[in-house]
Write a protein that binds this ligand. Structure first.
Ligand code: NAD
Length: 281
C-alpha cells in the first residue's frame, strides 16, 4: 500500500496555522481583507469563489465580494481594480478566471497591483519567482511543495518530471522544485517518448488535463506521484489525470482526487493573503 498524501488534512493544518497568525495580527489591530471579483455566473467559478470566501471566514480574514454582470466591459473592470489598488483597506485582489471572452485576461491580471496579487499571476511576481526572490508563491504549485514537505518526502537531489507547461501549474511548479534542489524535467504535448521520460522520475507531477491518462506504465516502481488534474467523469464523480488504482499498486506515495492537491490551492491562497502584510511593509 502506498502512502496516501492527505491534502485535506494538510490543508486544514495550514489553515489552522494561518488562523492563529491572523488572530495575533488582529490583536495588533491589523485586519487582512481579500477582494474577490467574479464577472458572469459560470457555475464552477461561483463554487470556487464561495470556497475562497468560506476559507477567509474560517481563518479570520475579511472578504469583499464583487459579482459583476457578464456584460461588464474591460474598462469597467479595470476601473474597479484601480479603485481597489488604491484602497489601503484592501490587502489582496483576486479576479476569478476564466473571464468572458470580450475581456483580455492578460490586461486585467497586469492591472492588479503586484503588492496585492495573491494569485501570483503578475509578470513582476512571476519574475521574482524565477530569480528566487521572496514574495507571493503560485497557489497550486506551492500547495504541491507543502504536500511533499509535510509528508516527509525528500525533494533535494531527486529526479522530478512534470507533465504540463502551463503558466498556472507546470512552469511555476518547475521553478519551485528547482528551488528545492530537485533535478527537473518539464514535459508537454510535443514531448517524444513521454512514457520513457516519466519512468525516470522519483517524483512525477501530472498536470496535463487528461482524465486518468497516466497509468502504471508511466511510473517507476516506488516513485511519488502527484496528481494535479481535476475532472468530472460521466457519473459526475471527480477524478484526476492519473489512473489511481493502477498507479497506487506501483508507487510509494500518491495524492488522491479529490482530497489531494485540490484543497491545497485555497490554503496557499490564504497564505498569500497573509503575505500581503509582509509585501506591503
Ligand atoms: P493546461 O490545459 O493549461 O495545460 C496542460 C498542459 O499539459 C499543457 O502544457 C500541455 O502541453 C500538456 N499536455 C496536454 N496533453 C498532453 C499529452 N498528451 N502529453 C504530454 N503533455 C500534455 O492545464 P492547466 O491549467 O495546467 O491544468 C492542468 C490540470 O490541472 C487540469 O486538469 C486542471 O483542471 C487542473 N488544475 C487543478 C488545480 C487544483 O487546484 N488542483 C489548479 C489548476 C489546474
Amino acid at each position: 500500500m502506498p502512502q496516501i498524501i492527505d491534502g485535506k488534512r494538510i490543508s486544514t493544518e495550514i489553515k489552522d496555522e494561518l488562523k492563529a497568525q491572523a488572530a495575533s495580527l488582529k490583536e495588533q489591530g491589523v485586519e487582512v481583507t481579500l477582494a474577490v471579483i467574479q464577472v458572469g455566473q459560470d457555475p464552477a467559478s461561483s463554487v470556487y469563489v464561495r470556497n475562497k470566501k468560506r476559507a477567509c471566514e474560517y481563518i479570520g480574514f475579511s472578504s469583499r465580494s464583487y459579482e459583476l454582470p457578464e456584460e461588464t466591459t474591460e474598462e469597467e473592470l479595470l476601473n474597479l481594480i484601480s479603485v481597489l489598488n488604491q484602497d489601503a483597506s484592501v490587502n489582496g485582489i483576486l479576479v476569478q478566471l476564466p473571464l468572458p471572452k470580450h475581456i483580455c485576461e492578460d490586461e486585467i491580471l497586469r492591472a492588479i497591483s503586484p503588492a496585492k496579487d495573491v494569485d501570483c499571476f503578475h509578470p513582476l511576481n512571476v519574475g521574482k519567482l524565477f530569480i528566487g526572490e521572496p514574495g507571493f508563491q503560485p497557489c497550486t504549485p506551492a500547495g504541491v511543495i507543502e504536500l511533499l514537505k509535510r509528508s516527509n518526502i525528500e525533494i533535494a537531489g531527486k529526479e522530478c518530471v512534470i507533465i504540463g507547461r502551463s503558466n498556472i501549474v507546470g512552469k511555476p511548479m518547475a521553478m519551485l522544485m528547482l528551488r528545492e534542489n530537485a533535478t527537473v524535467t518539464i514535459t508537454h504535448s510535443r514531448t517524444k517518448d513521454l512514457r520513457e521520460v516519466c519512468k525516470k522520475a522519483d517524483i512525477l507531477i501530472v498536470a496535463m488535463g487528461k482524465p486518468r491518462m497516466i497509468d502504471d506504465s508511466y511510473v517507476k516502481e516506488g516513485a511519488v506521484v502527484i496528481d494535479v488534474g481535476i475532472h468530472r467523469n460521466a457519473e459526475n464523480k471527480l477524478c484526476g489525470d492519473v489512473d489511481y488504482d493502477k498507479v497506487a499498486e506501483k508507487c510509494s506515495a500518491i495524492t488522491p482526487v479529490p482530497g489531494g492537491v485540490g484543497p491545497m490551492t485555497i490554503a496557499m491562497l490564504m497564505k498569500n493573503c497573509l503575505e500581503t502584510i509582509k509585501v506591503g511593509e
